[in-house]
Design a protein around this ligand. Structure first.
Ligand SMILES: [Zn+2]
Ligand SMILES: [Zn+2]
Length: 319
């Protein structure tokens, strides 16, 4: 795969819509359209839910589709492919990747590469989707519609050593097309629009909420040097990923909720899969590391946050 340009260029020239001598307006439009037409299509399909003939069953299936999409994204793309927080068989790894692809959030290698980049440069100038650094709109969805650059494929060498994942990365639209076809055959346009498109759109927007609200609203337990925050409401709609400050402190842990009141549906599913023997070596945070080593005054905390926003430098003390 082609090596990254985006992640190796200076921050000042990073924004894809900044004029560059080697890129015409037509080139930018073509690549933007090529990288986001499927996003437009599922939004059109979701809107069509209001126009096509639907049944009560179609709408009752919507939460099931949504739960499936949410959990495969958090457990599969996020905690497994991006952070390798547990181990599994090669077969289940492929199944997980295929299920994730059906969410139409690109392939497993792309998702993992972009997300690892986010963790390396959280709320720094290089962060592809920081609501602290850039505009809320750009962090929420703009960056997805202007995916002009290749991600840093070198950052996912642990995944590219599996030929079947590289193959799936090239054909990442296929699982989504198969699921859409199955929905159409079983439930007609109603199930295609409500079950497939609307659930995919809602799952996409929930993922965008983590990228944005997860760095703006909520409390901070750890001084992570970025804007990450813990939010109960966000955690409820993201199956635990809303404990975002916890996650930024210990990104390789399979758990994002650290205490009993921090409900983490994804971790519960991972533990269940562990009990069934489907996954193993589940990475957890040792209990003695859950509490921040030092309590900082509100003034110190706000100063550290301001420094992080200005310089993007880590201010945290590892717990
Ligand atoms: Zn984050
Ligand atoms: Zn993460």
């Amino acid at each position: 795969m082609q090596q990254s340009n985006l992640l190796a260029t200076p921050a000042a020239s990073r924004h894809p819509f900044l004029p560059r001598p080697d890129r015409s307006v037509a080139w930018v439009c073509w690549h933007s359209a090529r990288g986001s037409w499927f996003l437009v299509l599922i939004h059109v399909g979701a809107l069509a839910s209001l126009a096509v003939s639907t049944t009560l069953v179609h709408w009752l299936l919507l939460p099931a589709f949504l739960a499936m999409r949410g959990l495969v994204t958090t457990v599969g793309y996020h905690r497994y492919f991006a952070h390798r927080s547990f181990k599994t068989s090669r077969l289940f790894q492929f199944i997980l990747a295929a299920l994730c692809c059906a969410n139409l959030q690109r392939g497993p290698l792309y998702w993992a590469a972009i997300h690892r980049h986010h963790h390396r440069h959280s709320d720094c100038p290089d962060d592809a989707h920081s609501p602290v650094r850039g505009s809320f709109f750009w962090a929420y969805c703009g960056w997805m519609f202007a995916s002009l650059e290749e991600p840093d494929w070198g950052s996912v060498r642990d995944l590219t050593r599996f030929p079947e994942l590289v193959w799936l990365e090239r054909l990442w639209l296929v699982p989504g097309l198969l699921l859409a076809t199955a929905c159409w055959l079983v439930g007609g346009w109603g199930l295609l629009c409500v079950g497939f498109c609307l659930s995919a759109v809602l799952a996409l927007h929930v993922a965008s909420l983590v990228n944005t609200v997860g760095h703006l609203v909520g409390s901070r337990r750890y001084a992570t040097g970025d804007g990450s925050r813990n939010s109960f409401l966000l955690a409820m709609v993201t199956f635990g990923d809303g404990w975002h400050n916890n996650h930024h402190q210990y990104p390789h842990a399979a758990q994002a909720g650290f205490f009993w009141w921090e409900i983490d549906g994804s971790f519960r599913l991972i533990r269940l899969l562990g009990l069934l023997g489907v996954v193993w070596d589940i990475r957890r945070v040792p209990p003695h590391k859950l509490h921040p080593r030092e309590r900082r005054s509100p003034e110190t905390e706000s100063t550290l946050e301001a420094n992080a926003r200005v310089g993007g430098l880590s201010s945290g003390t590892p717990a």
